[in-house]
Design a protein around this ligand. Structure first.
Ligand SMILES: [Zn+2]
Length: 483
């Protein structure tokens, strides 16, 4: 049976989840659901990165223990499952035993490429990364706009330089395919600028004793990225070389990471080199999405423009939030959230679009009756939609896949206006029969995107095989009442 392994990044848990992560995990959910519907065996993983210094700082601010902070916030990330209707199969916390064991095993498997040296560098805690002077903007971290701290220590290093040529080939030849092309080019230009060995540990003192000990050297803690990246194999049971690990990682050439553009270097370069060093198989695809802004600006607490996915779902319900993120944001680019845009999309596409179509067709079919025996007028359009939909999803263009479904919805609206079935003409029952068949298709295509809406459409228009009548005699409520 064909398999798909799909993962999201493991976010820091120094605060509760924001809408940008919701976008990522919904994108992963669509891929997981889509491939399950194709009959594939899917393993969909998400989780939380709990060993970073950021978490320690956040806990200090709140005057609670780091453990308490990460457990509390990780729980909120887990709660997204219900709130956003996600279908992940596993959720890994990097403070779990299975992760610690695996991270240490991976360290040992890379041992020939690990050495110790004295080091001085500029470290951004926000990024959990050392920067070179020339990578800073006016002396500040380009991501966080803060001055990195000067760190001088004896640390362990990973021999990344050794993998320069091999990595270049792997990325160039799409052995690890980075989508979109612009992100692939970014990785290649970083490789071409010359790869330097990178620091993969910190002193236990600088790490406040929080994190995973370097095997055989308790004075050092594994650098949080080096440990976090290994979550992707640890959840599958790398530590014990489990059957699941064999099936979904070693022998599976359909492994997909979905990440944000800010952490591309870690996944496209460091992670690949670590796997090469440990002689483990590589992911096949890395899909990189952009950032989500709020009213045109980066979401930040100080600007007060952070959008909370929990509040949004409470106000507009799950499928409306899923729809907006997947339809409005070009999947590989940056996108912007505003309440105005959200409500516009909601009213035009959901309330007046699919919601109205379903209600109209059902009401007319109840009053006029329907016959499903002449598909000629709608069949070519259904075929075209399926073709565009498949192509879009294979290229991770979630917005375009949805657009193809909505093209089919407006095709139906035009078909209704043209045929005017409410005038009860001779062919009206056939027109309505055709519309029901198109709605069957719409419900099926919507399933990975808006699972609840899809189920409701299926229920509303389910026909009894023997009698050919609606199974549910009583019509359901409107899918998306206007706001
Ligand atoms: Zn930074």
């Amino acid at each position: 049976m064909k398999k798909l392994y799909v993962s999201t990044a493991v976010p820091y848990v120094n605060s509760s989840p924001h809408l940008g992560f919701a976008l990522e995990i919904i994108q992963a959910d669509v891929m997981a659901r889509y491939h399950r519907l194709l009959g594939e065996e899917v393993f969909f993983l998400t989780g939380t990165d709990e060993n970073s210094l950021k978490n320690i700082q956040a806990a200090e601010k709140e005057e609670i223990s780091t453990k308490k902070l990460v457990d509390r916030n990780a729980k909120k990330f887990y709660e997204l499952k219900k709130v956003l209707n996600l279908s992940f199969d596993d959720f890994i916390k990097t403070t779990e035993k299975r992760h610690i064991k695996g991270a240490q095993k991976l360290w040992l498997a890379c041992k020939k490429d690990i050495y110790k040296k004295n080091y001085e560098g500029l470290y951004c805690v926000g990024c959990e990364e050392f920067y070179k002077e020339n990578e800073l903007e006016n002396g500040l971290c380009p991501e966080h706009k803060v001055k990195p701290e000067l760190v001088e220590e004896e640390n362990y290093f990973f021999r990344l330089s050794k993998y320069q040529n091999e990595l270049k080939k792997i990325i160039e030849q799409d052995k690890v395919k980075i989508i979109p092309q612009t992100r692939k080019n970014e990785v290649l230009s970083f490789i071409n600028s010359g790869l330097q060995d990178f620091c993969i540990s910190r002193s236990a003192e600088r790490g406040h004793g929080w994190g995973i000990s370097v095997p055989g050297d308790s004075s050092q803690i594994v650098w949080t990225w080096y440990d976090a990246l290994s979550n992707y194999i640890n959840a599958l049971g790398y530590a014990d070389n489990s059957k699941k690990f064999q099936e979904f990682w070693r022998k599976n050439d359909n492994k997909l990471h979905i990440i944000g553009k800010g952490i591309l270097r870690f996944h496209g370069i460091y992670w690949i080199a670590m796997l090469l060093s440990a002689k483990l198989s590589l992911p096949n695809t890395i899909f990189v999405h952009g950032y989500l802004t709020s009213e045109g600006q980066k979401m930040s607490k100080s600007l007060g423009n952070v959008i909370d996915p929990f509040e949004l779902v409470e106000k507009y319900r799950t499928d409306a939030v899923r729809y907006f993120l997947l339809r409005e944001i070009p999947s590989a680019e940056d996108g912007d959230f505003t309440y105005e845009k959200f409500e516009q999309r909601y009213n035009s596409d959901l309330a007046s679009g699919i919601g109205n179509l379903l209600a109209r067709v059902r009401v007319m079919a109840d009053g006029i009756g329907f016959k499903e025996n002449n598909l000629k007028t709608v069949e070519p359009k259904i075929k075209e939609t399926r073709k565009n939909y498949k192509k879009a999803l294979e290229g991770f263009k979630f917005n375009e896949a949805l657009k193809s479904i909505w093209d089919l919805i407006s095709f139906c609206d035009k078909y209704i206006e043209k045929e005017k079935p409410w005038e009860k003409k001779e062919n009206s029952p056939q027109v309505l029969g055709n519309l029901l068949i198109v709605l069957d298709n719409i419900a099926e295509l919507l399933q990975p995107f808006l699972p609840e809406t899809s189920d409701r459409i299926i229920k509303e228009i389910a026909r009894d095989k023997k009698t050919g009548e609606f199974v549910n005699k009583k019509r359901g409520k409107l899918l998306f009442p206007k706001i």
